[in-house]
Structures are given as C-alpha cells and as structure tokens.
Design a binder for this molecule. Sequence first.
Ligand SMILES: *Cc1c(COP(=O)(O)O)cnc(C)c1O
Length: 396
Amino acid sequence: MEKKIIYLDNAATTPMYPEAVEVMLPYFTERFGNPSSQYSLANEGKRAIESARKQIAATIGARPEEIYFTGSGTEADNWAIKAVAQAYRDKGRHIITTKIEHHAVLHTCEALEREGYRVTYLTPDEDGIIFPERLLRVLTPDTILVSVMTANNEIGTIEPIEELAKIATERGILFHTDAVQAYGKLPLSVEDGNIAMLSASAHKIGGPKGVGFLYVRRDVRLQSFLHGGAQEKRRRAGTENVPGIVGFAKAVELTFASREESEQRESELRDYFMERVLSEIPYARVTGSVKERLPGHVSFCFQFIEGETVLIMLDSDGICGSSGSACTTGQTEPSHVLTAIGLPEDVVHGALRFTLGRDTTKEDIDFTIDRMKEVIGRIRAMSPYYAKFAARDGKE
Ligand SMILES: *Cc1c(COP(=O)(O)O)cnc(C)c1O
C-alpha cells in the first residue's frame, strides 16, 4: 500500500486543481499556435490569454490592461522594484521595504543598493506587524518606492497594507505589495488606487508553476522587463506561456468560487491546530500574530529541539512541513524573519511551519500533532539540558 502523504506545506507550493491541469492540455497539443501568429489556430491562444487577463483583473478590482503575466512571483517582484528604481531615479534613490520580505524582494533591494540606491528595511514588532508610524518616520523627499508584503510566508502575519499604501500614495510615492501568499486567501482590492503594483503567483493557489502576474496601475511609468517581441504591450517580451496562463485562470476561478468558505474552514482548523499544540506540547510558542494571520497558516518555535530534525522524523510518517521558508531550507543561517521579530537564535532553530490546504482534514491535523508530541518528546528526552531545565521548571 502506498503511504499516505499529509501535505502541510501549502505556503511552499500547492497541488494543482485537476480541472486546471485538464484545461491546460489542449494548449500543448491541438491549440499549440503562437498567439502572435495570424491564423485562427493562433487566435485561440490569444483569446485564452485575454480572457484570463480579464478574469484575473476582476479578482482585485483592476482593469485587464493593468495585468501583466510573468514567469513567476519572483519575476513580478523583481520587475516591480527594479523597473521603478530605473524609471524614477531622477526623482530619488531611496526605497523602503521591510526586514521580513521574501528573498525575491530582499535580494532585489540588496542588488539595487550595490547600484547606489539607498534602502531602508523596516523592523516589525514581535508579531511581525509593520506599523504605519514606523513608515512615516523614515519617508524622505527622496523616497520613490515602498514595498511591503501583504502577508508573510514564514509567520503568516497579515500587514496593514491599506494604511501603508495610503501613506505612501498621499505623498506621491509608489506602493508595491508582494501578495503571493495572500492572493486567493484574503479579499484584496486595488480599487482605492493606493496600490501601484501587486505581485501574485499561480502555484501557491492550485495553479501551475512558472506563471505569475504583476498588476501595474495605469499611471505608473514602468520600464520593460524583457526586450524582444511585442507581447504584453512590449513590456515583457517572449512567447506567452499559454498553457500556464490558462491553468492559472482556472485555478483563480476555482479558488475564488469558494474563497470565503475556505477562509472560514482553514481558519478554524488553524486555530484548532495551534490551541492543541500549545496546550499539549510544553515550551512551544506561536510565531507571528495570532489575530492578524493567514487562514491555514500555523507556525511555532519549540525550545530544545532543531526544527530540521523534527521534520525528518515527521517525513518518515508521510508528513510534509517546513522549518522556515523553503528558500532558506538547506542554509544553516537562522531565518531572517524570525530573527527580525526578535527571537533569540536558539529558539529560531526550533521553528516549524505547517500550512494547510483545501484537502487538509481535522484527522490529518490530529495525526500530525500526535506524531509531533511523540517526536519532540523523544528528542527532548535525549537532551540532558532539557531534563535539567524541565526538572527545575517543575514540568517533569
Ligand atoms: C512563493 C513566494 C514568492 C515567489 O513566488 P514564485 O512564483 O515561487 O517565484 C514570492 N513571495 C512570497 C511571499 C512567496 O511566498
């Protein structure tokens, strides 16, 4: 019998909706035409792209011509930040972001620093929240861009981006948000005009890997990301990933058709998961905000264990979780997010993240917690340090 997999790493990527796979298939075979060509075979692809654009625009209250398809969420982040830096450099060279962004934003900003831009990295509070007052304090006449993620991938904290975007926009500064974790999970809208750019990715919501989009408000002066053909209004050249875009649109349709229901269901499972762990496993704490939190996002730090060790042991039971963000796994450096919210290094090493998905059941969570209790108990039992600590603390 094949071992059952309990997949609790949906922040890293998600399984595709079978319906999304299904609608992609004809675009590899009978509808393979290049959308830039002149015959009707090509028109099918072109029409599919424009209908996907329209559909996706509607989910955030944008106009279709403000949506640009990209090759990933990472590309959308890179494009937004680099292109604004380039286009607005006569106005200023100062960019504001946060210490807890995804590396797609952080490393892009670091690259710009090497080119002579000045970047301020805002520090969040201990829940991972970026306070608007902190943004107000660091704005300068030289600031051209503020980039703050909608929700954090490692700790699930939701940022007050409406307020942050308003502060920036009122001062004539562009606001970008990496909404890769939030898109399809939280209600998002660009209708008030304060968000200038927004990035999202298909594979985090049941779509294919290798396709994302960047929303660009129509007044933003944006340099082309790739030069070549006339695709994406000459701003992102290259033959379109037609099957990917079609699959993305299907995933968007299905995700948004049940978005509120999923939010409710995954939030309940999340709270159940957190409460059980906190009451049944000693020396555990939730990382990130308990209140301002993505549905389905559960993250902890456990003292006296290495997150990596627990993960390996859980993997032998078919349970997939994460010890930090997927991109930092394999590195020995402690997570930049957990460090930024002020956790000491020994606690950071005991980080575990579980992100639920549309197929996660209460039984999956119960099984996972039972295994966690066993594994964490076993690792701690081998630690003389823990025994001494627990004895003094009266837990054992
Ligand atoms: C996954 C992720 C990205 C990168 O998206 P890709 O499509 O995998 O390149 C960017 N930002 C956040 C917050 C993410 O979670």
